[in-house]
Design a protein around this ligand. Sequence first.
Ligand SMILES: C[S@@+](CC[C@H](N)C(=O)[O-])C[C@H]1O[C@@H](n2cnc3c(N)ncnc32)[C@H](O)[C@@H]1O
Length: 235
Amino acid sequence: MCTDQERIANDEYLTALYERAYGALASVVGIAHPDHTVEIGSGLGLASLSGHRWLHSDVTASPALAVQNTAERLPFQDASLDALILKDSWHHIPDIEGFLTEAHRALRIGGTIAVFDPYWGVVARCVYRFLHQERWDARTPSWSFASTSPWDSNQALTYMMLRRDLQRFNEVWGSRFTLTERSRHIGPSFLLSGGVSRRTPISGRFLRAMLSWEERRGSWFDHFRFFHVFSLVKR
Ligand SMILES: C[S@@+](CC[C@H](N)C(=O)[O-])C[C@H]1O[C@@H](n2cnc3c(N)ncnc32)[C@H](O)[C@@H]1O
């Protein structure tokens, strides 16, 4: 039987998706030392398929992990890390401010949190809300949510924190982190693909060509993109 890792590695589109996501995150953290760079919620450690050598951590056990821990409790010394990377895991963290407190403690000054997570464009919002298996709840006032499993999530979390409640975010976190919205990624090819968990039979080669076409569009195309990358740099 084929593992998830093999399924993704053998799919031209999903491989391209992972390469783009991790490539964008790597360019945000720049020259951070791999031994002082930790991916939070790294799952199967698929960043290594694209050659990234940072440390993997997750609350869910996997052979790829250097450490098993929750994002809200990081087993690293104060000011010891250059960077924290989160691909598709920010919106799974039930106490995101608990994570930010820990991240601020463990990062050195100038250290970076780089995040790839669901975006809030009009199309993305509708798809996440009505067609996606994970929850999109932009009405709740709270940034934290009840969780009984690592797969519980609120895909609207970055929308709430960085758009709906940006003023509150800056009041609470602005003195500790510099927030920069970096880039938006992956257009309708994502919808046609069904994503990682519901991959449709549409050819990976076709979807990969579509992804390349999407990447050549300008910022007007952000309305049709499904993910964004932002960074928080410790002051
Ligand atoms: C959608 S998966 C993403 C996995 C991987 N980054 C990828 O893109 O293939 C979300 C990951 O976040 C992890 N996760 C959920 N809650 C977490 C928490 N509180 N602390 C650390 N990791 C958590 C899950 O175990 C899961 O591996």
